[in-house]
Design a protein around this ligand. Structure first.
Ligand code: GAL
Length: 985
């Protein structure tokens, strides 16, 4: 072992691991090229169980393990693809989560001495069908290794590489033996490359994508570039396949059989994300037949807009990190397919591969099912912001070769995918010459796609003005062209590469964004942050997040900010997004104003797809009386072209619904099974109110009387005479109800620590809204009412809410009218305003109102009015960090009770209310850090029910703008009523 003294730090360092801190991208690897699998060429997957030894430092062990005959008998095993920190039951270290802080001292390119290093060994024989005279150019391919690897085959050092989410290949034919091959890979968690990979995610070392040995016959294809453009005026496609090795290009479906390098023009059906027509073809070289899937499409920046095949497109997108709760970023094909299918089924049409190229098979799926892809390079240096971007690698020429290597590995690997329409240089890497060099290289190599980088605010190197988390007002200003900015930028379209921060409950305000996107041509849509929560499956917590593995530095549950829960269950945020971006708009006259539809009964249907007509959809109407569909039928909507609208007549409403609330529900669903959804899958819908809800109105005939046993009787109810608190309704025991303004703050209520904006969740707690006191001022027995006067206020403040509960009864039903008058200077909105009561029994709920899922003022578009049923447990939304959830919006009435016949307390609201029921209090919910904190609570019998007159909106402030003013719940005089009764059956 030779030790050198490095300058200038004078730290002894072992020569054989010097490459770890070397700025270069690697040594010994082949030039990057297109990723493909040819059917008639032999390959050997080296995935599976590998021998594994973990060391604490890069230099703890020498390289003798790579030699043939080395005895690894006492080594452990890991599964490849995989991350070792997620295997070995904690024996192999643990994941670390930071958002942008480097979890090691920033001293580029140096990394800590504590550098977990995994030695991997794989023994293999060549398969029987491996050609006997192995061509010298057999290739060993690594699709992804974090963060730096050195490789030996049969004792020979073949090189090393960095660039975790990028492919690296070595020529190994000359080293292969028919049997007894030893592949040794040393993987270091930290390397100079880690400075370029500071994405907001878990740090997860390991060989996390496939390892494959590919036979390369003489005359095999090396690299090739499929150029397949579409001329929308002529309806023709131009195909030219440039190949490093000459050959023929055959596309039977288009009668093409031509030489590589030769352009052919033929009539074709173009590829779009909505109509993903692919033509199967083959690239035939002397030694190989490579299957091609060709999509003809042309991407251009024209008239200041992103156009595909001559039409401007609107991104209804998501940011997708690769995530699996048990396997981290090691995803199998079925999980990738599940992501694509879930996207398609939720009306998503675009993916930004934040913040690195995904597993290549994911892009095949995007080609096949149809998604626009912004393919982003594996580059982020966000942690340098802590030092005002000093020493940022993207502005330091010494790093430029590594940056160019990353750009090339992405572009060369992915260039043949029609789904990829935009290249992105990376994320949050500041600005610098290195980025410009990347942009220039990419443009030189592929002029057929557009370039994106959000950090380039002046759009010097990019084709699109990109922002993250801009608020509605600013997006609208940009839409109107009033944002100023440099000349080049003023002529570019805007996309929000991130918006709608889906952390915990939310995001709110998506429908409001969508309205702006659809109104202004210049705004070409956006990508929700983000697709999936990166919770790690964990026995202790259900799902773990930052800090749960004892990290000294971490960013908590900021890693759980997706539209899917970690197990891929759609969250309410995804359902809301699906509704906000639905590609068909169905409107009735007066809808949204409460007036409903005109007497003529006409709905206006608009196709907001960019390419597809409506022929794939079948429309249906239903006529709903008090939330139940009493009649339904098909609605004949023409196969409208994109952008077209039609007025469609509904049938005559049945006449027998007087005195009831009535509405139309119109649905657009898949007319037939499609590649991604079954016949009947709901794509878009609307509800059009007809007759409004009659008043609940009960005659206040009863007089409250003291019952001589410490109670006050009023109709079916008994109250405690000293406090005036309701104790029973009929045979049902009740705790409360009392005014309640507290909710367990959501991540969006709390905002992000770095934000300068007002963060209401923080102010609420400061003001003490979680510890309101109820002062009893009077219990008055009037002729026809029991009146309880109180003042509800937090300690140490003059603000308060004078609250009067007025109870009346007609003998069988009980009416509560709550009047609230704010006092003092309320400088924060209220979290909620309503009453909370406890029921000693209740596990089933029925209601007429919004459902089936939750809805808050700015997240209620997907909440469909109707009759719904649920258990109390199913009403809960399992946000990884517990917080306010589960409110059902616009509830007319709810029944909560037990037993199959439902002996229940019925609550009718005037006006409609938000309904929430849970087995724990808001305080317990607030105190919980993980779902297990709630499920571990000794279950009390009490179900806590909130009946809310108002709720504060949700917004997106966990990393973006707060709640729009119209969804804020300011303290104002308010009055609202509930009618309680006991029902049986
Ligand atoms: C952005 C960043 C993402 C993620 C998000 C917050 O600034 O690009 O990677 O950190 O904020 O969740």
């Amino acid at each position: 072992m030779s030790v050198r003294t490095t300058s200038p730090t004078s730290v002894p360092y072992v020569e054989y691991v010097e490459y770890v801190e070397d700025l270069s991208p690697g040594r010994g690897t082949l030039p990057p090229r297109a990723w493909y699998a040819s059917s008639d060429v032999v390959s050997l997957s080296l995935d599976g169980s590998w021998r594994f030894r973990l060391s604490a430092t890069a230099d703890a062990e020498d390289d003798s393990f790579a030699e043939e005959g080395y005895d690894s008998g006492d080594w452990a095993e890991v599964t490849v693809p995989g991350h070792w920190v997620l295997q070995g039951d904690g024996d192999f270290g643990a994941p670390i989560y930071t958002n942008h802080l480097y979890p090691f001292p920033v001293d580029p390119p140096r990394v800590p001495t504590e550098n977990p290093t995994g030695d991997h060994l794989r023994f293999f024989d060549l398969p029987d069908d491996w050609p006997a005279s192995s061509h010298p150019d057999a290739v060993l391919r690594f699709d992804g290794v974090e963060s730096c690897a050195r490789v030996w085959l049969n004792g020979t050092d073949i090189g090393e590489f960095k660039g975790s989410r990028l492919p690296h290949e070595f020529a190994v034919g000359h080293l292969l033996k028919p049997a007894g091959n030893v592949l040794a890979v040393r993987v270091h968690q930290w390397s100079a490359g880690s400075y370029l990979e500071d994405q907001d995610q878990w740090w997860l070392p390991g060989i996390f994508r496939d390892v494959t040995l590919l036979h390369r016959p003489a005359g095999s294809a090396l690299d090739f570039f499929v150029h397949a453009s579409y001329d929308h005026r002529e309806g023709t496609g131009t195909l030219r396949v440039d190949s490093e090795v000459d050959g023929r290009v055959v596309v039977p479906g288009l009668d093409i059989d031509t030489k590589t390098g030769q352009a052919v023009v033929v009539p074709v059906r173009p590829w779009t994300a909505e109509t993903p027509h692919l033509y199967d073809g083959t690239l035939v070289t002397d030694g190989e037949r490579v299957p091609l899937r060709i999509g003809f499409r042309t991407v251009a920046l024209e008239d200041g807009l992103i156009k595909v095949n001559g039409r401007a497109i609107l991104f209804r997108g998501v940011n997708r990190h690769e995530w699996h709760p048990e396997h981290g970023r090691a995803l199998d094909l079925e999980t990738m397919r599940e992501d694509v299918l879930l996207m398609k089924r939720h009306n998503v049409n675009a993916v930004r591969t934040s913040h690195y190229p995904p597993h290549p098979a994911f892009l095949d799926l995007c080609d096949e099912y149809g998604l626009w892809v912004v393919d982003e390079c594996d580059l982020e240096t966000h942690g340098f912001t802590e030092q005002a971007w000093r020493d940022n690698p993207v502005d330091d020429d010494r790093w430029t070769p590594a940056l160019l290597d990353r750009a090339a590995r992405m572009v060369e690997r992915d260039k043949n995918h029609p789904s990829v329409v935009v290249w992105s240089l990376g994320n949050e890497a500041g600005t610098g010459r290195g980025l410009t060099a990347m942009a220039e290289w990419i443009r030189g190599r592929d002029g057929s796609r557009l370039l994106h980088y959000e950090g380039d605010r002046n759009c010097r190197d990019t084709d699109v003005y990109s922002r993250m988390y801009a608020d509605h007002a600013e997006v609208e200003r940009i839409g109107r062209g009033l944002d100023g900015g440099p000349r080049k930028r003023r002529r570019l379209p805007l996309i929000l590469c991130e918006y709608g921060h889906a952390m915990g409950n939310g995001p709110g305000g998506l429908a409001d964004y969508q309205r702006i996107f659809e109104e202004y041509d210049r705004i070409q849509g956006g990508f929700i942050w983000e697709w999936i929560d990166h919770g790690v499956k964990d026995e202790r917590y259900g799902f773990a997040y930052g800090g749960d593995f004892g990290e000294e530095l971490h960013d908590g549950n900021f890693v759980c900010d997706g539209l899917l829960f970690p197990d891929r269950t759609p969250s309410p945020g995804l359902l809301e997004y699906k509704k906000a971006i639905e590609p068909v708009r169905i409107k009735g006259d007066g809808i949204g104003t409460g007036v409903g539809i005109d007497v003529g009964g006409t709905v206006r249907v608009t196709n907001t797809y960019d390419f597809a007509d409506l022929s794939a959809l079948a429309f249906e109407w239903s006529y709903d009386v008090d939330g139940e569909a009493v009649e339904a039928g098909a609605l004949n909507v023409p196969a409208l072209a994109p952008g077209e609208s039609a007025d469609v007549k509904l049938p005559e409403p049945p006449a027998d619904a007087r005195g009831a609330e009535t509405r139309w529900t119109v649905r657009a669903a898949l007319a037939e099974d499609s590649a991604w959804g079954a016949k009947g899958h709901l794509v878009a819908w609307a509800q059009l109110p007809l007759a409004g809800r009659p008043l609940v109105g009960i005659a206040a005939g009863e007089r409250p009387v003291r019952d001589g046993r410490g109670g006050i009787k009023l109709g079916p109810a008994v109250f405690a005479s000293r406090t005036g608190e309701l104790t029973t309704v009929g045979g049902i025991d009740v705790v409360g109800p009392k005014l309640d303004v507290w909710r367990a703050p959501t991540d969006n209520d709390m905002g992000a620590a770095w934000q300068s904006d007002v963060r209401y969740g923080v102010l609420w707690r400061k003001l003490g809204l979680h510890r309101m006191r109820h002062r009893l001022d009077a219990v008055e027995l009037a002729d026809d009412a029991l009146i309880v006067r109180t003042r509800v206020a937090p300690a140490a403040s003059e603000v308060g809410l004078r609250t009067v509960y007025r109870w009346t009864s007609d003998g069988t039903r009980l009416r509560l009218t709550v009047s609230v008058a704010p006092e003092g200077d309320w400088n924060v909105p209220l979290p909620r305003l309503g009453v909370r009561l406890g029921l000693t029994a209740g596990d089933r709920v029925r209601w007429h109102g919004g459902g089936p899922g939750e809805g808050y003022p700015d997240t209620d578009s997907a909440s469909m009015l109707g009759r719904w049923e649920s258990t109390v447990d199913e009403l809960q939304t399992p946000y990884v960090r517990p917080q306010e959830n589960g409110a059902r919006a616009a509830v007319r009435w709810a029944e909560i009770g037990t037993g199959p016949g439902l002996r229940a307390l019925r609550v009718e609201g005037e006006p409609e209310f938000w309904f929430t029921a849970r087995r724990w209090t808001s305080e317990q919910l607030d105190a919980a850090d993980h779902l297990t904190d709630l499920t571990d609570l000794t279950p009390g019998d009490t179900v806590w029910v909130n009946l809310d007159h108002g709720q504060q909106g949700i917004g997106s402030q966990s990393c973006g703008p707060g709640v729009l003013p119209r969804y804020q719940l300011w303290a104002r005089p308010a009055q609202f009523s509930f009618v309680f009764s006991e029902i049986d059956g």
